[in-house]
Design a protein around this ligand. Structure first.
Ligand SMILES: Nc1nc(O)c(N)c(N[C@@H]2O[C@H](COP(=O)(O)O)[C@@H](O)[C@H]2O)n1
Length: 231
């Protein structure tokens, strides 16, 4: 019989092997995706052997994975024209208000477009979202991961060294070590959902799939990538 207060691996599942801690409330979502989730996101990961790469600030060893890294991306706008955004963060923050038919929202998008740093873009976007939630595009919560996915796909497609860095982490779990952001980051104690890490792992898996041999010829994703414009 199991003693009260002790958790067996059978009761908790193999998560404890990759998270390294016992979660007293079994249904809390941990920062590290479960074994099933992990394989669904990236089948190359063996949860039992994987190590975790944390990133957050741009000056960290894997800081280029941060949305604040200074890597401009070129994305199609709603008129079918390319616009260069100074960082993924610029694109993400602006899209909270893109398409909203209100002069304040339109100005806010312009301010974010012309802001000189990701920090400034983030300040403008967050402040407006806090002060005028009515100006945020109504379906924002349901589209924000798609918006982020598109921006990240562009970033990791057009910069070969970033693509190599991402592929070099194959087999590792990626976690944005943001102590405050419980959606994109892992939170202070692993209570965050880590959606940025999840999207990066998803992209890594897609890039790995892309570079597999096709018709006997190995083609890298850069050669086949025709959805994005290079800088
Ligand atoms: N490097 C860095 N510094 C911060 O202060 C951050 N919060 C983050 N995380 C990124 O912030 C964005 C979330 O913004 P909202 O809260 O939705 O306005 C997102 O890009 C996170 O990855 N990174």
């Amino acid at each position: 019989m199991e003693k009260k207060g002790l958790y067996s691996i059978a009761a908790i599942g193999p998560d404890m092997l990759i998270s390294g801690f016992l979660q007293p409330v079994p249904d809390l979502t941990p920062v590290i995706p479960s074994v099933d989730e992990t394989s669904a996101i990236d089948p190359t990961i063996c949860p039992y052997e994987s190590s975790i790469i944390f990133f957050y600030k741009t000056w960290d060893p894997y800081g280029a994975f941060s949305n604040f890294s200074p890597h401009p991306i070129q994305m199609l706008d709603e008129n079918g024209d390319y616009f260069t955004w100074l960082s993924v963060e610029h694109y993400y923050q602006a899209h909270k208000f893109v398409g909203v038919n209100d002069a304040v929202a339109i100005n806010c998008v312009e301010d974010i477009k012309s802001s000189k740093s990701p920090e400034e873009a983030s300040r403008i976007g967050r402040k407006m979202q806090r002060q005028r939630p009515d100006l945020v595009t109504p379906d924002w919560e349901s589209i924000k991961t798609d918006v982020m996915y598109r921006a990240l796909k562009c970033k990791f497609s057009i910069y070969p060294h970033l693509n190599s860095m991402l592929l070099s982490t194959t087999g590792c779990v990626l976690v944005e070590a943001s102590p405050h952001d419980l959606f994109w980051g892992g939170g202070r104690d692993g209570e965050g959902l880590n959606y940025l890490g999840r999207l990066l792992m998803q992209l890594r898996s897609e890039f790995l799939g892309d570079s597999q041999t096709q018709n006997g010829i190995s083609v890298t994703h850069q050669q086949r990538e025709d959805e994005v414009k290079r800088p």
